[in-house]
Design a protein around this ligand. Structure first.
Ligand code: HEC
Ligand code: HEC
Length: 201
């Protein structure tokens, strides 16, 4: 028999865990997403490549980005203005809603040997690791590790955000993971791997 005290400790640990991983309410998120539709589309499939698609993205990653736009840890004046009025519950609800929407995938595109090599094996001579290791062979990412999905995302946005990591203009990645990788990519490699990751199915 477990003592009362041990049970209480388990309860506190478990409830703390679930609080830290609050699940949003997707139905409430749908209503709140009206403010986002003009740029990101009704269902998170944005209609211009300068606006990233939010559909199918892991809720954990989307929530992290919204909290960091709000605190200006991720610098973007438009998105900071959008995130400013959002409560923690709004952020979780919006993230749950977009995670449930289906992303419109991009066409696989023409053969892209440079992009494929960088994505699948990296570049040993410059020390770039394979993207597959974290973003997955099909670009689906990993929600528990907060590695975002890349497949179906607009190539132009992937290229912009990788260039921002490279320049340090985007600096909200834990332990500089993406900044240190992007710094080793040439501009040509950034363009190629962005096109390749966008076309993953
Ligand atoms: C006026 C246009 C506009 C509106 C309205 C807008 N956004 Fe954005 N959003 C952007 C732009 C531009 C970016 C890309 C920022 C960058 O390049 O770093 C972005 C990026 C994001 C990202 C990061 C995506 C990623 O893959 O990292 C999230 C999440 C996001 N927006 C959520 C929202 C939500 C939720 C709303 C509504 C509350 C919203 N946005 C409203 C323009 C907009
Ligand atoms: C060790 C794990 C790891 C590896 C390897 C890795 N990434 Fe990432 N990547 C991450 C993490 C973590 C984030 C989220 C950063 C954040 O929280 O803002 C990320 C974010 C990104 C984003 C931003 C997505 C968005 O929606 O804004 C792009 C683009 C990206 N990675 C591309 C790549 C490419 C291309 C490679 C291979 C050259 C690569 N990554 C290798 C961990 C990794």
């Amino acid at each position: 028999m477990m003592g009362k005290r041990a049970l209480w400790v388990c309860f506190v640990l478990l409830s703390g865990y679930s609080l830290a991983h609050a699940e949003g309410n997707a139905a409430a998120g749908k209503e709140k997403s009206e403010a986002c539709a003009s740029c990101h589309g009704d269902d998170g499939n944005s209609n211009a490549p300068i606006f990233p698609k939010l559909a199918s993205q892991h809720a954990s990653y989307t929530a992290k980005q919204l909290r960091e736009f709000k605190s200006e840890k991720r610098a973007n004046p438009t998105m900071t203005a959008m995130a400013e009025p959002l409560s923690d519950a709004d952020i979780d609800d919006l993230s749950a809603y977009f995670a449930q929407q289906k992303i419109k995938l991009e066409k696989a595109g023409a053969a892209n040997p440079l992009g494929e090599t960088i994505y699948r094996t990296g570049n040993a001579s410059s020390g770039v690791p394979a993207c597959t290791g974290c973003h997955g062979p099909d670009g689906a990412g990993n929600p528990s590790a907060m590695f975002p999905a890349l497949r179906g995302q607009y190539a132009a946005y992937l290229e912009k955000t990788l260039s921002d990591f490279k320049a340090g203009a985007r600096a909200n990645d834990a332990n500089s993971i993406m900044r240190s990788i992007a710094a080793k990519l040439s501009n040509e490699e950034i363009t190629a791997v962005s096109g390749y990751a966008s076309g993953l199915q």
